[in-house]
Design a protein around this ligand. Structure first.
Ligand code: HEC
Ligand code: HEC
Ligand code: HEC
Ligand code: HEC
Length: 439
């Protein structure tokens, strides 16, 4: 919890410092310095020291203030460069239907909405359109968590009860879709955590995470809906527990309203109480082994360093690009920054992703086979109740680890070593589950 007075003092101090450095308007508060895209080309990799992550003070939005959202379009005149690049997100409009591209998910997610319809992510400006268009059923307003800042403001003002509202009741209150408010509240340029569940999860480590990672981690992260309150909640407290092993152990330790082990849904044919991972970019990028993560010896880069970068307007103003794309589509960034160390990042990424798909697809097929064999064993009644339960638990765990990398949006490149760890664990649990079926 952040004290308001302290906030104000810190912000005044920071404004004074920033103004003194002539940086006002160029850097958000609490942002860790990182090699910027506009740094001189002559700079050698050796000079790009790892960022300091200590002395920052991240801002968390206050609750109960009655704040109203200033819509993105209302900032157009004041911040034309940021607004113009923000509107460019509309050009990133391609959607891939995963149930067609990866038919195995129809089996692996059977009984859950994602088996029916699962469109790939596209530009931020489409979040509301895509939410309304999906074939998945929506009951509660908690689905709006990462889609509209109208919902973000409502949670800040009215508390967690907002999550349990009926989806259709909240629909009428949506005035802004993906807005500046999510990251800046109503102060463009200042970074705020407006989705407070993230601050609760990162807890005492809040100030050791760069603000530009927090702003994306508000949505690009792993959450579940609390069975009792329906509130968006994370399965960890503090960075040490922010890893797929501890998160699984946590989800295996909590129960639903009926006292059964927590599950997102139960597969009717196998009886496996399954978990669905969402989009754990935050946990992956900041996780152990990340090449550009927090404890790297190479160089710390934030989500914004790789997915926004600095760009120059026609009048020479340098500003942060608000078109959130693949770094590979940002020539300016590759040339001015990444190419200092990566000779051909696109080729390296392509090669790693190819290997990633080979292994991820192969494990998915093994999981499908396990589902089929387990389902047959249930029908035939060949397993003791005890073995059946052990087999179901191993199957749940295997799918969790596989899903953790399947749904992570970088296809393995945010953190190659964590990706391998998850796939190794998936195979270990697959073997375990299969041992009951062979016995
Ligand atoms: C998803 C998060 C996010 C959203 C949404 C967002 N911004 Fe930003 N904004 C950032 C980040 C990250 C920075 C860079 C801050 C830093 O490096 O200190 C930034 C920086 C800025 C700055 C400081 C100057 C600069 O260019 O670096 C302004 C002004 C700004 N944003 C305006 C806007 C406006 C206007 C909107 C809506 C049209 C918006 N932002 C939406 C994340 C966001
Ligand atoms: C308020 C929630 C929210 C925040 C904050 C947010 N995102 Fe997103 N992002 C989404 C959603 C939802 C989508 C998918 C949109 C769709 O498909 O309709 C998305 C899509 C994207 C995509 C496009 C993916 C693709 O396949 O084309 C990128 C890149 C991205 N986000 C990066 C970022 C970065 C970097 C930040 C922080 C600076 C950030 N996002 C902050 C919710 C958010
Ligand atoms: C070191 C640079 C780097 C950092 C830091 C980084 N990313 Fe990425 N990200 C990438 C690369 C490279 C890809 C793969 C792009 C591709 O396949 O074209 C990617 C892919 C993505 C995608 C899918 C984009 C698409 O077009 O399909 C999303 C969403 C995303 N990252 C979000 C994030 C978020 C959120 C963070 C911070 C928690 C983050 N990234 C941090 C480099 C980075
Ligand atoms: C100071 C040198 C340096 C800079 C600058 C740098 N990287 Fe890296 N990066 C590395 C090293 C070293 C590794 C780990 C070894 C490897 O995979 O090449 C790495 C790994 C990566 C990986 C994992 C690649 C994989 O598939 O194995 C990605 C993605 C990545 N960097 C993206 C970026 C992006 C995007 C930028 C520019 C915004 C960037 N890097 C800037 C040195 C750097």
């Amino acid at each position: 919890m952040i004290n308001r007075k302290l906030d104000t003092i810190f912000r005044i101090l920071l404004i004074v410092c920033a103004a003194a450095l002539g940086l006002l308007g160029l850097r958000g508060k609490g942002e860790t310095p990182a090699p910027s895209a506009d740094a001189g080309k002559e700079e050698t990799p050796a000079e790009t020291a790892p960022s300091e992550t200590a002395a920052v003070h991240n801002l968390v939005a206050e609750t109960g203030t009655g704040i109203q959202v200033t819509k993105a379009a209302d900032w157009e005149t004041k911040y034309p460069n940021q607004y113009e690049t923000y509107m460019l997100n509309t050009e990133n409009d391609e959607v891939v239907e995963y149930t067609e591209e990866h038919p195995y998910i129809k089996t692996l997610y059977d009984g859950y909405g994602f088996a029916i319809s699962y469109g790939s992510a596209r530009g931020h400006n489409y979040v509301i359109d895509d939410l309304y268009a999906t074939g998945r059923p929506h009951k509660l307003a908690n689905c709006f968590t990462c889609k509209t800042s109208s919902f973000t403001a409502a949670v800040l003002n009215d508390g967690d009860s907002t999550y349990a509202m009926a989806f259709d009741d909240f629909k009428n209150q949506v005035t802004d879709d993906f807005g500046c408010f999510h990251c800046h509240q109503n102060e463009p340029g200042v970074l705020y955590v407006t989705h407070r569940y993230l601050a609760d999860a990162v807890a005492d480590d809040l100030d050791s995470v760069p603000a530009a990672d927090l702003s994306c981690g508000q949505c690009h992260s792993e959450y579940y809906f609390d069975p009792a309150t329906k509130a968006t909640t994370f399965g960890y407290v503090g960075l040490a527990a922010m890893n797929p092993d501890d998160m699984l152990a946590y989800e295996n330790s909590i129960t639903d309203g009926e006292g059964k082990m927590f599950a997102d849904w139960t597969d009717e044919t196998t009886g496996v109480r399954k978990l669905k991972v969402q989009h754990p970019e935050f946990e992956t990028v900041l996780g152990e082994g990340s090449p550009h993560g927090l404890s790297t010896s190479i160089v710390t880069l934030t989500c914004a360093d790789c997915h926004m970068g600095q760009t120059k307007a026609e009048d020479g103003t340098v500003f942060t690009n608000h078109n959130w794309t693949s770094p590979l589509d940002n020539k300016e960034l590759l040339e001015n920054n990444c190419s200092k160390c990566h000779k051909d990042l696109a080729a390296q990424v392509a090669e790693d992703q190819e290997k990633y798909w080979e292994r991820t697809d192969a494990i998915a097929e093994k999981l499908v086979k396990l589902d089929e064999d387990l389902s047959a064993a249930v029908t035939a009644g060949t397993l003791s109740e005890e073995d059946l339960e052990s087999c179901r638990l191993a199957s749940r765990n295997a799918q969790w680890y596989w899903d953790f990398v399947f749904v992570e949006n970088s296809n393995g490149v945010h953190n190659p070593s964590l990706t391998q760890h998850c796939l190794d664990q998936a195979e270990k649990y697959l073997e375990d589950a299969n041992s009951y079926l062979k016995a």
